[in-house]
Design a binder for this molecule. Structure first.
Ligand code: OOG
Ligand code: NI
Length: 452
């Protein structure tokens, strides 16, 4: 019996989700074509980049999906979701509180953790849990909780296969194929709502996100996100391809030394929904979109504090308007304010702002410290790519796809302990993780030079 590795199952799952989503949301296929076109142009112009990507085995998968997102309704759903993703080698990393940014959820990202697993397939799923506790209307809260408690988002064969994978430590080729097909069902779109048109309106009135989670049979995948080699170019060309981009790109400005994560999306489309009742009522719902991302170096707590402070300053000076009317001004302010963040790898390293992976060059050098060995050419260091998410950016993505009109305030109320209690596990601390990769790379390098 052939066994399939969790990495191989994840690669198949990612491909299956892509195929399903392209069929469900045709505009997403348009975005993918645009991304491939721009990536090909960038590679044709930048031979060095093309060689680097080829050498590290990234070229063939360059335009493939990097992440998707779902929104869950209950702690039980979250706990089972953790088990489902574990079958595919995806583990919860990071805790994101989005309440402060006006979205009543808290989240984690299920993702491959090791460098080797990320290389095979980097697919991750940004997973949010609805926080009914932030909704004021007590009756509505109770009604929503009751509906969520009744729904079943996993198929019976899917649950069986999770049990089997846990008991046996892996799945056979045949079971893996069934698992991917059954797991994909959970994320499918259902245009027939669980709730009446009236209840949908009331849920929607509490918060559009509440309606999106509570009204449907399951946590439909709400976007997929390929990697782009030029996010500004794709953003600029979206209208020409017949898709409407969100007003501004989230995250840091365009830089010579990219940091963290930049992302943008096309705006969610209005889709036909049928609401049950004595006679079914036709209506619509807006939730599903397509996104693109471009990643840079992972920042240390010090670098991240600088990033957060600068972004705060930007947002104090200008709030991007949903209709894009001040987009150019926003970009100008963003660029200006971020001049305070060194745009030079050497400075980023010396000031302790980013994480780097060390490796021996094979050349002779002098000295014993990392800096001495780097200066003398015996060691090199390369930026470690940020594989996680940013709460302010995530909120911007949520907001622009929930309709920008209704930006609502909640008191910030992070509750990682409650989230982890529901999850049934602790999330991995992303900073500790990157620091560990950096430290291990330096240790190994020094050992190889006989300097440990
Ligand atoms: C998730 C939004 C967050 C990202 O890329 O930051 C996200 C959602 O809309 O459910 O996917
Ligand atoms: Ni996303």
């Amino acid at each position: 019996m052939t066994k399939l590795s969790s990495d191989a199952i994840r690669a198949r799952f990612s491909a299956a989700m892509s195929a399903m989503y392209r069929a469900e949301v045709p505009a997403y296929g348009t975005l993918l074509a645009l991304v491939s076109e721009v990536n090909a142009e960038v590679l044709a112009q930048d031979g060095q980049l093309a060689r680097d990507l080829a050498q590290t085995g990234q070229l063939e998968r360059i335009s493939e999906e990097r992440h998707g997102a779902i929104r869950l309704g209950t702690a039980e759903e979250l706990a089972t979701m953790r088990r489902l993703f574990a079958v595919m080698g995806m583990y919860p990393v990071g805790y994101y509180d989005l309440s402060e940014a006006g979205v009543p959820v808290h989240s984690t990202a299920f993702r491959p953790v090791s460098e080797a697993a990320l290389r095979v397939n980097p697919f991750r799923v940004f997973t949010s849990l609805l926080r009914l506790d932030l909704i004021d209307d007590e009756n509505l809260r109770a009604e929503a909780a009751e509906i969520l408690a009744r729904r079943r988002i996993f198929t019976a064969p899917c649950l069986e296969l999770i049990d089997r994978a846990e008991a046996e430590g892996c799945l056979s080729e045949t079971d893996a194929a069934r698992f991917v097909a059954e797991a994909t069902e959970t994320f499918r779109w259902h245009s027939d709502a669980l709730v009446s048109a009236d209840l949908y309106q009331r849920l929607h009135g509490a918060h559009r996100l509440v309606a999106d989670v509570v009204s449907f049979k399951g946590p439909h995948i709400n976007h997929l996100t390929p990697r782009t080699l030029d996010i500004d170019a794709v953003q600029a060309r979206m209208p020409g391809a017949g898709i409407t981009p969100k007003a501004v790109i989230e995250g840091p400005p365009r830089r010579a030394c990219p940091i963290l994560l930049r992302q943008t999306s096309f705006k969610a489309l209005e889709e036909a929904v049928s609401f049950p009742g004595e006679t079914a009522v036709a209506g619509s719902h807006t939730a599903r979109f397509g996104e693109i991302e471009a990643r840079g170096i992972a920042l240390t707590p010090k670098g991240r504090a600088l990033y957060d402070a600068l972004l705060d300053e930007v947002r104090r000076r200008i709030t991007p308007a949903a209709d894009g009317s001040n987009a150019a001004d926003y970009t100008r302010v963003l660029t200006e304010v971020f001049e305070a963040f060194p745009d030079d790898w050497d400075q980023i390293r010396r000031q302790g702002l980013g994480y780097f992976a060390w490796s021996p060059t094979g050349q002779l050098g002098a000295g014993t410290s990392a800096e001495e060995l780097l200066a003398s050419g015996a060691l090199r260091c390369d930026p470690i790519v940020y594989e996680d998410f940013l709460p302010v950016s995530a909120a911007g993505i949520f907001q622009s796809n929930l309709g920008d009109a209704a930006v609502q305030g909640f008191a910030a109320s992070p509750n990682q302990r409650l989230f982890e209690a529901g999850l049934g596990a602790a999330v991995l601390d992303e900073f500790a993780h990157y620091a560990g990769i950096e430290a291990a790379s330096l240790r190994d390098s020094l050992r190889q030079l006989g300097l440990d």
